[in-house]
Design a protein around this ligand. Structure first.
Ligand code: NDP
Length: 541
């Protein structure tokens, strides 16, 4: 397999067709040449995908599982080759490339083997009013899904849509980032080895305009992952044809460190969450809120770890270059803004931002309205702020416009705090773990987008719910006929009263947080054992 081939389309590089060079961001070397697919190419790819969609949907869950299992085998056996392409196009170390591929393979396995359970037909209760009906629901494939992906995790991220869309019975046309066309091409070629005669996954390469063409090409859904700004453009384009979208956009994830946290573990996780992949992680740690009692010690520990990591191409380099040259300007601007407005660099700083590489940077005392706190930086930088308590940490976290992921380090209060954070995902005593758990939905709120990939929600995202009723016997009371009599209408009224008439008399129960309820139960249990109890006092909150 070569990185200079493209989709199984009639559009090969060369001739009059414009081409796109893929560049190794660490060296500037050209590592591949790919065609720039235009509107007509994209439409042709979608037409081919549609022609294959019926065959693929008709294969059923077992047949699709078999194909996806074989594809997983091909990717796994060729993992080193795929990691080479990822390394060349993004500059990330091989170990990191392998990790993202491993997680992607895991998702592919889960999606293939759970599609039937999640999406297959199941009987549901018809209720009392229509008790003569057998009711069932199943989740049908949409047809053709357009996937538009970013460059930062060029295997893991699009696979979160591709694997789930395919497992749900759709065919896919994939537009990878202009920075990672070789990775997208590799993935499509590897599936074609398993199914050479059908267009299950095609790749259209090119710039933003190729992605825009995909939005206009009549696909049944667009799964977009990328920046919030582009997500808005994708949504606007899709609105023209009422094409549904999933938007997985940027983040400004916070990590909260409570006074009782394991500080070594918190600092270790903060360093990895902030600096891994050179900070180019949508759910990476970009800001940290630390309880005032442990703030100084935490900063010391984080600084130690930051100093032990450097960006480069040598064997000891734990992080690579900034993949997208333009992002260097954003990182430079955010660091400069933070420092100009009273922030301090404990590690790194302005001089850490080079021509291709950014060295780890830890910033403290940065005002909350600095761009380094409010906007996605997408570089190996992190701000750390002292907070009075975890209530303030929650408030500051929720004040941001993004709501992708979050993390909490605490001994006791994890679940309670997690529930109060307005983010789609939260890890307690780890960072970003939610992304690697295939059973969990992945996605955000606010400017981080909407819709979910991964897990059962991710499978359903690429389907439509199909509701079916079947009349089992002639109902004594037929509701859907003009022959209904006034007597029958009064029977309906009597039935309604019996079924629902008393509902309003039920007392409204106050909602209480789970911890308070558990606390009360513990107190009651303690009282039952004859221990001293505070149960006569109001529940602690
Ligand atoms: P961009 O928004 O720049 O691009 C994303 C994709 O959209 C690329 O394939 C791009 O093509 C394409 N595109 C650009 N313009 C258009 C258009 N008008 N219509 C349709 N498609 C278009 O994001 P990046 O590639 O720079 O990725 C980084 C961003 O992705 C960060 O904000 C990061 O947080 C986010 N991200 C979010 C994740 C999540 O799951 N929430 C996961 C990973 C990243 P081209 O490259 O050719 O411009």
């Amino acid at each position: 397999m070569t990185t200079t081939t493209t989709a199984p389309s009639d559009a090969a590089p060369g001739g009059d067709r414009p081409t796109l060079e893929s560049i190794n961001p660490a060296t500037g070397d050209v590592v591949g040449v790919h065609p720039v697919h235009e509107e007509a190419d994209v439409r042709a790819a979608v037409a081919r995908a549609r022609a294959s969609a019926e065959w693929w949907a008709g294969l059923g869950f077992d047949g699709r599982r078999e194909v996806l299992t074989q594809w997983r085998g091909v990717i796994t056996r060729r993992l080193a080759q795929l990691c080479d392409v990822v390394h060349q196009e993004t500059g990330k170390p091989h170990g990191d490339a392998q990790l993202e591929c491993a997680l992607a393979i895991d998702h592919l396995a889960w999606a293939g083997s759970h599609a039937e359970k999640v999406l297959g037909r199941r009987r549901v209760s018809p209720g009392l009013m229509l008790a003569n009906q057998a009711a069932s629901v199943e989740y049908r494939p949409l047809g053709v899904v357009g996937v538009i992906g970013p460059w930062n995790y060029p295997v893991f991220t699009p696979m979160g849509s591709i694997a789930y869309a395919l497992a749900a019975g759709n065919t896919v046309v994939f537009k990878p980032s202009e920075l990672t066309p070789g990775v997208g091409t590799w993935l499509a070629d590897s599936l074609r080895e398993v199914v050479p005669d059908h267009d299950l996954l095609q790749v259209v390469t090119g710039y933003g305009e190729t992605g825009a063409a995909l939005c206009r090409a009549g696909v049944d859904k667009v799964a977009f992952t990328g920046s919030t700004a582009t997500g808005k453009r994708v949504m606007a384009a899709c609105a023209e044809t009422l094409t549904p979208v999933v938007i997985e956009a940027g983040g400004k994830d916070a990590l909260l460190v409570d006074e009782d946290a394991d500080l070594e573990a918190a600092a270790d996780a903060a360093a990895w969450g902030a600096f891994a992949n050179a900070g180019q992680t949508c759910a990476g740690v970009e800001r940290v809120y630390v309880h005032e009692r442990v703030h100084d010690r935490f900063v010391e520990l984080l600084a130690e770890r930051a100093r032990a990591v450097h960006a480069g191409t040598d064997v000891d380099a734990k992080i690579g270059p900034m993949t997208m040259p333009g992002q260097l300007d954003v990182v430079r601007r955010h660091v400069a803004d933070a420092l100009a407005r009273g922030g301090r660099a404990v590690v790194g700083g302005n001089e850490a931002v080079g021509d291709r590489f950014v060295q780890p940077t830890v910033l403290v005392d940065v005002p909350e309205d600095s761009e380094a706190v409010t906007e996605e930086t997408f570089g190996p930088t992190v701000t750390v702020r002292r907070v009075r308590d975890m209530d303030e940490a929650v408030e500051l976290t929720n004040a941001g416009k993004y709501g992708l992921g979050s993390a909490i380090f605490t001994a006791k209060r994890g679940e309670d705090l997690a529930r109060r954070l307005r983010t789609g995902m939260t890890s307690i005593n780890s960072v970003i773990s939610f992304a690697g758990v295939p059973t969990l939905p992945f996605g955000g709120v606010g400017d981080s987008g909407f819709g979910r990939i991964h897990g059962p929600d991710g499978l359903r995202e690429f389907t439509y719910a199909k509701a079916v009723t079947r009349t089992r016997f002639k109902a004594p009371l037929n509701l859907t006929t003009f022959d209904r009599t006034p007597e029958q209408d009064s029977t309906v009224a009597t039935l309604l009263l019996a079924l629902h008439g008393h509902a309003t008399q039920l007392p409204k129960l106050p909602r209480r947080p789970l911890e308070t309820i558990r606390g009360r139960r513990r107190e009651q249990a303690g009282a039952g054992r004859g221990q001293a109890t505070r149960s006569s006092q109001p529940a602690a909150r």
